[in-house]
Design a protein around this ligand. Structure first.
Ligand SMILES: *Cc1c(COP(=O)(O)O)cnc(C)c1O
Length: 377
């Protein structure tokens, strides 16, 4: 980043990422593989930088949501196997194969399409089958009355020419939630997943080298769901371990600067819609960050940020490119002072709670305008 343009930036600690990767890896059963989830630009941390580190550390697999994300990694020199978690239109089958990408197959109809395309080329496409065991999103239906049909469709899909079934997976709906109800639901999803795999084996003799279902919530709470490979995203970036047993460290620190500071008399309204009025003579700082940088407008008047003088209350409506803080009685904070919006001093959940959302959404929302600054050890 150009120091002259110091405005708002995201510091990414590659050391913390390395630490998190190693801590998660150390918690896994021996032989269990590691698929790093780097979709959505690695949850805002920069997919290429994160993937390079994971590759260097010996991760086994990466996953992204779509073809464009996968191609970005290949162009950046990432040679690890990459699974595309979402849909890719069948016309792109040649691109998938040429780039050595693994495609998720979520139903028989799509398996037939990919098979026909691959066969025409005389090549084969590596696939992972996705089962819908209760997330009710992508995947072969296999719960309840769909069991037999699901098993049959999976067997048929796997027997098609031009497809190389390497893996099978499912996704948990509430593995990261407390309570017996969530635990029972997650256990039910895992049991159904394993029953389908058994039934496929009994019917067709097919054995999948890579059975995987553990997202971050399951890595932390359901060790027996690790199977052949785990798929953590959030944990890698330092969040999602409620008991702190893995000792993870947040990788991103979102920092802004003070553009100007003014004193206002009591009774002065601040920002759009006049939703905050000073009660006393107030020293108000203007920060160079707004919702176009990824700071949710919903946090207006509900949050505080970490300054060199301690926590300062955010006041008034968050604007597109700016917002205001109350710096009354904080002589340590001046124009150009650095303010931590979230990071090591200001836990991201304080902000995500205020915005009625989850850390995932805040991380992904840090916009393109915000330079990522990579800190090495
Ligand atoms: C996003 C995603 C993950 C990672 O989820 P986390 O909660 O961040 O660990 C794993 N598997 C699939 C299918 C996903 O879409």
């Amino acid at each position: 980043m150009n120091d002259l343009q110091k405005r708002t930036w995201a510091e990414i600690s590659l050391e913390n990422l390395r630490h998190n990767y190693r801590a998660i890896r150390a918690s896994l059963p021996s032989g269990c593989r590691f698929m790093g989830i780097v979709k959505a630009d690695a949850y805002g941390h920069g997919a290429l930088a994160v993937s390079r580190l994971l590759q260097e550390e010996g991760a086994d697999y990466l996953a992204v949501s779509c073809l464009d994300e996968a191609l970005e990694l290949r162009r950046g020199g990432i040679g690890l196997p990459i699974l595309i978690l979402g849909h890719t239109p069948q016309e792109y089958t040649p691109t998938l194969i040429e780039n050595g990408l693994t495609q998720t197959v979520t139903c028989l109809a799509k398996a037939l399409e990919y098979s026909a395309q691959a066969e025409r080329l005389g090549l084969s496409l590596k696939i992972h089958l996705k089962l819908d065991t209760g997330m009710s999103r992508l995947g072969f239906l296999c719960g309840g009355s769909y069991f037999e049909e699901g098993v049959e469709n999976i067997c048929r899909a796997c027997s098609l020419p031009g497809l190389e079934p390497e893996g099978i997976y499912t996704h948990f709906a509430s593995s990261d939630e407390d309570g017996e109800d969530s635990a029972a639901y997650t256990r039910g999803q895992l049991a159904l997943f394993l029953r389908v795999i058994e039934a496929v084996k009994a019917r067709s003799g097919l054995v999948f080298p890579l059975r995987h279902c553990a997202n971050s919530g399951a890595v932390v709470r359901y060790p027996d769901a690790a199977l052949d490979m785990v798929r953590p995203g959030l944990l890698l970036y330092g969040y999602g371990d409620p008991t702190g047993k893995l000792g993870l460290k947040p990788c991103m620190r979102l920092v802004t600067t003070v553009s100007t500071i003014k004193f206002y008399e009591p009774g002065t309204s601040i920002s759009y819609g006049r939703r905050y009025t000073t009660q006393r003579r107030s020293r108000i700082g203007v920060l160079a960050v707004g919702y176009a940088d990824g700071l949710p407008r919903l946090i207006s008047n509900k949050c505080s940020f970490y300054t060199p003088g301690g926590f300062a209350r955010q006041v008034g409506t968050v604007c597109m490119d700016m917002c205001m803080v109350d710096l009354t009685g904080m002589p340590e904070v001046d124009v150009d002072s650095e303010i931590e919006l979230f990071g090591e001093h200001n836990d991201i959940t304080r902000l995500s709670d205020a915005a009625q959302t989850i850390p995932y959404e805040l991380l992904c929302s840090v916009s393109k305008r915000v330079p990522r600054v990579y800190l090495q050890a």
